[in-house]
Design a protein. Structure first.
Length: 688
């Protein structure tokens, strides 16, 4: 049967289950990605698995998020990560080398493979024809251990791109903003977007990576671009053409859904504050006063994204950033930084008044460059959730580098098409892969690794303990929240809070600090509680701190109208019930302080009941909620989370295990014995 590319790759990696959209499947994982802000918890949980070495083809630990070293906390984390990476067979990319997603497309992403990464924008690597999925740290740790990755089988959406972008003023950022405009921040849930058509063939790898990165903003599982001549050429410039494989959708293959976009018709778009799907045509916001413009982040930090604003500043006799503005630019990687330095783009930007930042996530996660109060910031980033910039009442607009470049001259949101003839862009010099590679450290040999001690600073605390579920759970509602709560509301961004990523008791003190400052006090007084949320609860990042912090505070269940995919899974993996309202009226009547009981929860989960009974103690009323838990997830919740589940049920399956012989970690230098150990863990009983 003719298959689309997504299903071909899924089929190739399928360990358990049927490729039926929505039904649980388990996939063999080839590569994993960790960054520092999620990596410390992920690796400490990996330690709890008791394995001596990772068991995937390639595992990489990057340091790109927590790099504002205000005190000892971040550097202590980095030192621990470097040691853990060395010990367990993980490559370590040192801070300053670049943003994980850029380095991944430059050095590691491989057509036809599957990667899971503890960062929602792991999806970026789909630009090279792999399926790259964001996940919580624990799920990534488990995948690194050689267990297959469990997920609901995604539906596949064909995105047919016709025509051609009207470059340079209309860009690939506008394609993904258009998808967000059409489908909303939850419109991609449970779906992989496969891009086809002549408009796709015309996109460069960095342009594809912008779209693949921000597919996460739709709540999607992944985006994939079939490898083609552009991919081969890209891999060639990266000195790794051998990683190219010929593959693509079979002719006459079917898709579950289809979206058509005519690129000839597309104009510049802008996402208004404070959600990436509040997208409008530029005409609606043109003229808005700005105090800040930022180029870069894990999207739009490629050579061309910086060369265009550089050229605009240099054009017409050298213009400067408008006096009312502060402007910053972030190159995505050491290769890009070197290229802009060599070509002269760096000089153009600096002379024009742009502040140059190092290749890290930076202002995108509130690491400096918070905008002033009561002012607008225009950013080429991927997210603008409230407060993410570091300023509590922020007003952040998202756009393409073209819009940002034109606006930089006027101090107002400006339609770049008004600029006129395109400026002359300086040619990109050949990229130099080795300048990154020398800063990516290979793991220690297994013999040396065994003896390695792990340095841990005072801010580093072991992950919280999990307890099996009680027969019946009674608790009070600690907060009622609206639609589209982001993980940033639960575990905020920014220098201060993110420095506690290795310290759950400390980070828990910031939960809902803007949305509901009394929340923590209530839980401390009551000892436990429930959260009630609306639609798309937990949208945004993969940070499992948004589940670990509530766990630490005693949250037993979250009741929501719907959940974002990664956060839902993080709750379950950490042993917190993720329950769904059947009737919106039950959400409407929920009140803070009310006591709800789940009288038969353990039995209902064990019996696989679709309905879960809820009793409101004050009125005696009963209603039922439901769930979309896979059978293994029900077991997980009964036992108190994924780690307990693996300890109880993850008996060795022997032989090839679920990952089969392909699951062995090639190039990690494992001894036969250690390979055996990891492979033996195999399916870990996840689908018994
Ligand atoms: C983000 O863009 O929101 C982050 C910061 O990269 C997160 C990861 C984190 O919170 O550490 C993500 O995308 O998952």
């Amino acid at each position: 049967m003719p298959e689309n590319l997504t299903r071909q790759i899924l089929k190739e990696h399928l360990v358990e289950g049927e490729l039926e959209p929505g039904s649980p499947i388990a996939l063999k994982i080839d590569q994993t990605l960790l960054q520092d802000a999620t990596g410390t918890m992920a690796l400490m949980q990996f330690e709890q698995l008791g394995l001596s070495r990772v068991s995937v083809d390639r595992a990489v630990q990057y340091v790109d998020h927590n790099v504002v070293q205000l005190d000892y906390k971040n550097p202590d984390d980095h030192r621990m990560l470097q040691a853990l990476a060395g010990k367990y067979g993980i490559h370590y990319s040192r801070p300053g080398n670049g943003i994980s997603h850029y380095i991944s497309i430059e050095r590691f992403a491989k057509p036809g493979q599957i990667m899971v990464g503890a960062d929602s924008h792991t999806t970026t690597s789909g630009a090279l024809g792999m399926i790259a999925i964001g996940a919580g740290g624990l799920d990534v740790a488990v995948a690194m251990g050689g267990y297959p990755y469990e997920i609901a089988c995604p539906a596949v959406v064909q995105v047919q791109l016709e025509g051609e972008l009207q470059r340079p003023w209309v860009q690939s950022k506008d394609i993904i903003l258009e998808l967000l405009r059409q489908l909303s921040a939850s419109g991609g849930k449970g779906k992989i977007f496969e891009f086809t058509g002549p408009g796709t063939a015309d996109l460069s790898i960095p342009e594809r990576s912008t779209i693949a990165n921000m597919i996460a903003e739709l709540g999607a599982t992944s985006a994939v671009f079939a490898p083609d001549e552009n991919t081969r050429e890209w891999l060639h410039t990266q000195d790794r053409e051998e990683d190219f494989s010929e593959m693509g959708p079979d002719s006459d293959c079917a898709y579950d859904e289809r979206v058509d976009i005519d690129l000839n018709e597309l104009g510049p778009l802008v996402a208004k504050p404070s959600n990436p799907d509040k997208v409008v045509p530029i005409e609606e916001v043109a003229g808005t006063d700005l105090a800040q413009i930022c180029f870069g982040s894990s999207v739009n930090s490629a050579y061309i994204d910086l060369a265009l604003p550089g050229a605009v500043l240099d054009d017409r006799g050298g213009q400067i950033v408008h006096p009312s503005l502060a402007a910053t630019a972030t190159p995505g990687s050491r290769q890009i930084l070197t290229a802009i330095a060599e070509s002269g783009v760096y000089r153009q930007l600096v002379q024009g008044g742009v502040r140059m930042l190092e290749p890290v996530c930076g202002p995108c996660v509130g690491m400096g460059m918070a905008p002033p109060s009561n002012a607008n910031s225009l950013r080429t980033f991927n997210r603008n959730f409230p407060g993410r910039s570091g300023t509590a009442e922020d007003s952040v607009f998202l756009c393409s580098p073209a819009v940002a470049a034109a606006s930089m001259l006027t101090g107002k949101i400006t339609d770049p098409r008004e600029y006129g003839d395109a400026p002359e862009i300086l040619d990109m010099p050949p990229l130099k892969p080795y300048i990154e590679d020398v800063h990516i450290f290979a793991p220690a040999d297994p013999g040396d690794a065994e003896k390695m001690e792990i340095p841990r600073g005072p801010n580093i605390k072991t992950p919280p303990e999990h307890t099996p579920i009680e027969d019946s759970i009674e608790a009070r509602i600690a907060t009622v929240q609206p639609d589209d709560i982001s993980t940033g509301d639960l575990a905020p961004d920014g220098v201060e809070v993110m420095s506690y990523r290795s310290n759950i008791p400390a980070i828990a003190e910031f939960t809902f600090r803007h949305r509901d400052p009394e929340f923590r006090g209530r839980l401390k007084e009551w000892g436990r509680g429930f959260i009630v949320g609306g639609d798309n609860y937990g949208q945004g990042s993969s940070r499992e701190h948004a589940a670990l912090a509530p766990l630490q505070l005693g949250v037993k269940a979250v009741f929501a109208k719907s959940f974002a995919r990664i956060h839902r899974r993080n709750l379950v993996a950490q042993g917190i019930l993720a329950l769904l309202f059947k009737d919106d009226a039950d959400y409407d009547r929920a009140e803070v302080g009310e006591t709800w009981t789940l009288p038969n929860i353990k039995q209902e989960l064990e019996q696989g009941s679709e309905d879960i009974t809820v009793r409101i103690e004050e009125s005696g009323d009963e209603f039922s909620v439901t769930h979309d838990l896979a059978p293994t997830e029900r077991d997980m919740l009964v036992l108190g989370g994924l780690l307990n589940f693996l300890k109880e049920k993850g008996e060795r399956v022997g032989g090839d295990g679920a990952n089969g012989s392909n699951g062995k970690a090639a190039g990690t230098g494992q001894s036969k014995e250690q390979e055996g150990e990891a492979v033996d863990q195999g399916v870990g009983g996840q689908f018994e």
